[in-house]
Design a protein around this ligand. Structure first.
Ligand code: WT7
Length: 657
């Protein structure tokens, strides 16, 4: 995969922390023992030291109604005040909050004072459109400053937001708007993608109109980003530029209860229906700020921090909006793509702003490896001092490349394991403290406890034995549930190994040094480019196509994206002639159908038309066997199949028999 063998160049001693780094690091070795000795006391200290409370809390954790947690009971705070106002009040209003870099090369510098004015104007705008505390707001926007203003304005008012990634379809948007009962949608006319404008509001129109059905949406607030033509619904649609600029730039940040809902974020589960994971106020902000300080080692006075995630995912929530802003950091906010206008775009940005901390995903790193190290080598990356990875396991080869060509052979890499559900980082090295192990997320951060269980639910520590990752103590930024479905919350996370273990859905093992290695999902959830997709959701999209009788989807390993979506379909008999006449056309139509139903991110890499699917006697599809086919391996144990000739039929159909 690479031109040189990186591991043979590795000086293992260099993976120990540099004493110079340790001397200034936010995280310390002592924190582990401190948190171990007094779990609640440790978190109470983080909450009081990092967050400004309007009313101090009376109780750290109420776990009496487990697994429904309450953290910092009785406490009151305003998240937007913590992320913006208090920095301005402390005389840091001139400090840059965001260096915004647009897709078209347009830029904006937003100081904390600017951010305060914009958030207040946006909060007043939302209020003028009838949004009050407890109302939900859907946000369907690209990576522009107005997206951040809107999220913070919602937090300020106490209106939970539901950000829906701009790559999701109108259909996916409709489901999420309905589930959260959103009364306002904030969107843009269009979004820039690789130098071209693409419509965005159009999907909102489709989602809200949805065949004339009743929608909870009363208003649609539209930021003009591209100038692309839009359809306008009088009385419902409102231009941002008509209402936001004229609002007052002050707005009182009233305190909210520590357990007031902050946001809902939909993620894929093992069924066709996405789960609305919801997070609350005090615990979430505490852990987002704490982890951004000790794991990314953000020093707001000197660092320029860049998290490349989209705000549509949890990484963007916790590590662009809430954590870094609570800490008063200076950030880069980037709307574009890595290869437009050229493959050095990211490194040009690092050089331009003097980025010191970069947080990205393994899939991006593997793409850069493919493009070649001579591209980053053309830029000055010497300011980089911490690198982060998130979203999927980072293979040691990619880790070593990242370290060498981006981190100048010196920057510590933090491989951070967490989930939409955990709200913030859970397992990761601490830079300046941990001796690094390439490819491993290593150990739970101070304040977090994890174990690996065997099939019977017993914890073990033997190296190299594969088991299930569980979390053994509640944590402040834990999900408080699934929106509107408390039973599903209990069943999904607290049932498999009993009520004392949070089951993450990931396989894991220890190495001989006690480091934890994450091994991917153990359920029917795929991870494509660090994005979570459900096999069931894509299967149900496929069977909604007129030509499909049955579908099975697997995540096949892929060099760049980690996993890729591979679909196997059985066609309806009346569609077989159509397919025989134009097989490529049929396959393209199926792939596009998935993109339309869910979004381009879910579009299968390949679709294979098969005469049968392998099933057990109880009718369950054996995806393991299909995965063997998709990954080009010999087919594994097929003895539990109801009809053992099926795999031969499939192989024959694919021209491999
Ligand atoms: C799943 C969560 C965490 C924010 C982005 C994804 C996988 C995440 C790592 C890592 C190995 C990882 C897990 C997890 N994952 N980070 N550092 N090493 N696996 O959030 O969409 O909620 O997905 O991503 O499988 O369960 P998400």
């Amino acid at each position: 995969m690479t031109e040189d063998n990186l591991s043979s160049h590795l000086d293992r001693a260099s993976l120990a922390p540099d004493p110079e780094f340790t001397a200034h690091a936010n995280g310390t070795q002592a924190m582990y023992a401190e948190a171990e000795a007094d779990h609640e006391g440790f978190w109470a200290r983080q909450a009081r030291e990092r967050i400004t409370w309007a009313r101090d809390f009376d109780q750290v954790l109420d776990w009496s109604n487990a697994p429904f947690a309450q953290w910092f009971v009785g406490g009151e705070l305003n998240v937007a005040y913590n992320c913006v106002d208090r920095h301005v009040e402390a005389g840091r209003g001139d400090k840059v909050a965001f260096h915004f870099e647009g897709d078209q090369g347009d830029t904006r510098t937003i100081t904390y004072a600017d951010l305060l004015a914009e958030v207040c104007k946006t909060a007043n705008t939302l209020a003028s459109l009838g949004v009050g505390k407890g109302d939900t707001v859907a946000i369907y926007m690209p990576m522009i400053p107005e997206t951040v203003f809107t999220m913070l304005a919602c937090a300020r008012i106490g209106a939970p937001h539901s950000v829906i990634f701009g790559g999701f379809s109108a259909e996916a948007l409709h489901t999420r708007i309905a589930d959260a009962n959103a009364k306002l949608v904030v969107t843009t006319d269009g979004q820039w993608r690789r130098g071209k404008p693409a419509p965005l509001k159009m999907a909102v129109d489709e989602a809200v109109d949805h065949g004339g059905a009743v929608s909870p949406v009363e208003k649609v607030l539209v930021v003009q980003r591209t100038g692309i033509e839009v359809r306008w619904t009088e009385g419902r649609d409102v231009w941002w530029h008509d209402v936001q600029p004229g609002q007052s730039s002050t707005h009182e940040a009233v305190p909210h209860d520590a357990e007031h809902p902050l946001f809902i974020l939909y993620t894929s589960g093992t069924t066709g229906k996405p789960k609305g994971i919801f997070h609350t106020t005090g615990g979430y902000l505490t852990q987002a700020a704490y982890t951004n300080a000790v794991v990314h080692d953000v020093h707001p006075e000197t660092d320029v921090y860049w998290c490349t995630a989209d705000v549509g995912w949890v990484t963007g929530h916790s590590y662009i909006v809430y954590g870094p802003l609570a800490n008063g950091a200076t950030q880069v906010l980037f709307e574009g793509t890595p290869d437009t206008p050229h493959q050095g775009r990211w490194w040009e940005i690092v050089e331009k702003y003097g980025v010191t901390i970069l947080y990205t995903a393994p899939t991006a790193i593997r793409t850069f490896m493919k493009w070649g190290h001579d591209i980053p080598e053309r830029f000055d990356l010497s300011t980089i001092r911490v690198l982060g990875s998130v979203g999927e396991p980072i293979n040691p080869e990619a880790w070593l490349w990242y370290r060498k060509y981006i981190g100048g052979d010196r920057a510590p890499i933090v491989d951070t394991w967490w989930q939409t559900e955990t709200g913030a980082i859970m397992i990761s090295p601490l830079p300046g403290v941990t001796t690094l192990e390439p490819g491993s997320a290593q150990r739970p951060i101070p304040g977090v406890s994890a174990e690996i269980l065997d099939d019977e639910g017993h914890p073990f520590t033997e190296p190299e034995k594969v088991g299930y990752l569980v979390l053994t103590k509640p944590w402040p930024s834990m999900l408080r549930g699934i929106w509107g479905d408390p039973d599903r919350y209990v069943d999904t996370y607290w049932h498999r190994f009993g009520p004392e273990y949070y089951f993450a859905g990931d396989g894991a093992k220890y190495d001989a040094n006690g480091n934890i290695w994450l091994l991917g999902r153990v359920d029917d959830v795929m991870n494509v480019s660090g994005h979570r997709l459900s096999t069931a959701e894509i299967e149900s999209a496929l069977v909604s196509h007129h030509a499909v009788a049955e579908a099975a989807v697997v995540g096949a390993s892929d060099e760049t994206t980690g996993q890729a979506v591979v679909a196997f379909v059985i066609l309806r008999s009346e569609a077989t002639d159509e397919a025989a006449a134009d097989e490529d056309g049929m396959i393209a139509s199926l792939r596009n159908h998935v993109a339309k139903e869910i979004g381009p991110i879910a579009k299968p890499r390949s679709v294979m038309v098969v005469p049968e699917l392998p099933k057990t006697r109880s009718g369950k599809i054996m995806r393991r066997l299909l995965k063997d086919v998709a990954e080009g391996r010999d087919i594994g144990d097929a003895t539990t199949l109801a009809d053992s000739s099926v795999m031969a039929l499939i192989a024959k159909g694919l021209g491999k028999g």
